[in-house]
Design a protein around this ligand. Structure first.
Ligand code: 3AM
Length: 202
């Protein structure tokens, strides 16, 4: 595919200690025998919106839309906790870690991002599916017995809390092996909401 069209998505990057804890969980689950394609720790992220094929010239307006959306949302905290599967227990294809804490703020952020992107002509197929950190994808479906053992052993997982204060537009390059993600743009949460300070005032 030419560089004029990029595969992109918007996500919250995870701090290194969170990626390390999730990577450690992945390694333990994998060692326990669950077969799947595992997301490498450096690729772990919290997806807010998947845009798919995006013209390179659209990156600048997308950056502006994300800046507007992020500026209207305040920063918040999340804690990775528990396990789940998509699309559901009958056909488990994606294994993920759940989130606790600022879920309302997370939903509002995803909504703001979705609306800002829709306003510049990107209606998103993927809305309302936020709140998970993908660990692995099955080739077809996960083996039910192995998955049941994983839930029994690791269902109570909790990772280190983290502060959500920025969103990133990533380029995703697929090929043999894991996807390669590179940041194209970044926007800070609450930038417009930060109080103006006058010199010397607290
Ligand atoms: O972080 P997760 O795993 O939820 O599954 C892909 C990943 O989400 C998702 O976008 C994120 C970055 O690749 N994704 C990939 N293709 C998609 C599609 N066609 C998609 N989401 C919706 N529709």
């Amino acid at each position: 595919m030419s560089d004029a069209v990029l595969r992109t998505f918007v996500a919250v990057p995870l701090p290194a200690p969170v990626r390390a804890a999730l990577g450690d969980l992945s390694a333990r689950i994998r060692t326990g025998g669950l077969r799947g394609r595992w997301v490498p720790p450096e690729n772990l992220h919290l997806t807010l919106a998947f845009l798919g094929d995006t013209e390179a010239r659209a990156v600048a307006p997308i950056r502006a839309a994300l800046t507007r959306a992020a500026a209207g949302c305040q920063a918040f905290d999340l804690t990775p906790a528990g396990l789940g599967v998509f699309p559901g227990p009958r056909r488990p294809r994606v294994l993920w870690v759940g989130l606790q804490g600022g879920l309302e703020a997370l939903g509002a952020l995803a909504e703001a991002v979705g609306s800002a992107l829709a306003a510049i002509g990107f209606p998103l197929p993927r809305r309302g599916a936020v709140g998970h950190l993908t660990l692995a994808r099955a080739k077809e479906v996960f083996d039910p017995e192995a998955l049941a053992a994983v839930f029994q052993r690791h269902g109570g997982f909790a990772g280190p809390p983290f502060h959500v204060h920025r969103i990133v537009l990533y380029r995703s390059q697929l090929g043999a092996g894991p996807a390669r993600y590179s940041p194209l743009a970044e926007a800070a949460l609450g930038a417009a909401g930060a109080p103006f300070t006058t010199g010397g005032e607290p």
